[in-house]
Design a protein around this ligand. Structure first.
Ligand SMILES: NC(=O)c1ccc[n+]([C@@H]2O[C@H](COP(=O)([O-])OP(=O)(O)OC[C@H]3O[C@@H](n4cnc5c(N)ncnc54)[C@H](OP(=O)(O)O)[C@@H]3O)[C@@H](O)[C@H]2O)c1
Length: 234
């Protein structure tokens, strides 16, 4: 395969929301889920986020557990997986967590909407910047580039727009969701898959691989992308 194995991980409420209508990055994961996510990061070669999550939430995307970082080092890997951001305009603050909390290799895919001055300053910060020619980043090409950089296992940590763009292009192998026993409601609160959506006949079909019921009231759902008739749905 000329791209990495790609999986999405989300934390969502029972009504399918990945944030509240305020879009301030509401906490959804339980303590146990945070440990699970940390382990998934530690097992990945890179962690990818979309532009809004990157610029509005400024995630660290590092492995929190010291022992998991030590295990990676013992396997000859870097302490943290590569951080990857995809955004049309990479106005990332020089003092951001994304750029400064590490150590981690950092890769940005962007377009010519990002000024040359900004690109130079990111590169001076040791960020590897790939500038795509079109109005958007060509996602299949970005994944090929990541594979070329040694990324075999890519974790996608949202948000909903990024998730759906990748899903729609058939670039996602698995989806794992932690479903918290909460309801956020709100027509404008984001869900796991945003964008314009598809009509019913073009629904993206999943195959349920595993379900775990947790003592904290949460549920883990693990899906792989399947063919249309795998589950007898049309
Ligand atoms: N609970 C969870 O698991 C979880 C995880 C992550 C995020 N979230 C939530 O998700 C929300 C953010 O999601 P979102 O859907 O608004 O945004 P998002 O998916 O984080 O980012 C979308 C942006 O990514 C960039 N992008 C995506 N595809 C691109 C392409 N092909 N080329 C260039 N740029 C591309 C665009 O940035 P530009 O704007 O630069 O064009 C686009 O507007 C927040 O509320 C956050 O809290 C929840």
């Amino acid at each position: 395969m000329n791209r990495p194995f790609v999986f999405i991980n989300v934390a969502m409420t029972a009504d399918g929301k990945i944030d509240t209508f305020e879009r301030k990055g509401a906490a959804i994961s339980s303590a146990k889920d945070k440990e699970r996510v940390d382990k998934l990061r530690a097992e990945s070669d890179a962690v990818l986020v979309g532009g809004h999550t990157l610029l509005d939430e400024d995630p660290k995307l590092t492995v929190r557990s010291e022992s998991l970082r030590a295990e990676r080092l013992a396997r000859g890997l870097s302490a943290n997986p590569m951080k990857v951001g995809i955004t049309t305009k990479a106005d990332i603050k020089p003092d951001s967590n994304f750029l400064n909390i590490g150590p981690a290799r950092i890769v940005i895919f962007t377009t010519h909407q990002t000024s040359m001055e900004k690109i130079d300053s990111l590169r001076a910060h040791h960020v590897e910047v790939f500038v795509h020619e079109g109005p958007r980043v060509d996602l299949p090409s970005a994944l090929r580039t990541l594979k070329g950089l040694g990324v075999n296992r890519l974790m996608v940590e949202g948000g909903g727009t990024m998730n759906f763009e990748l899903m729609k292009l058939g670039l996602v192998d698995e989806v794992t969701a932690y479903v918290a026993p909460m309801v956020f409601g709100g027509a404008n609160a984001p869900t796991m898959a945003e964008g314009l959506g598809v009509p019913r006949e073009a629904a993206l079909h999943l195959h349920l691989m595993d379900v775990e019921k947790w003592d904290d009231g949460g549920v883990i759902l693990k899906y792989k992308f399947g063919r249309k008739n795998d589950n007898n749905y049309t």
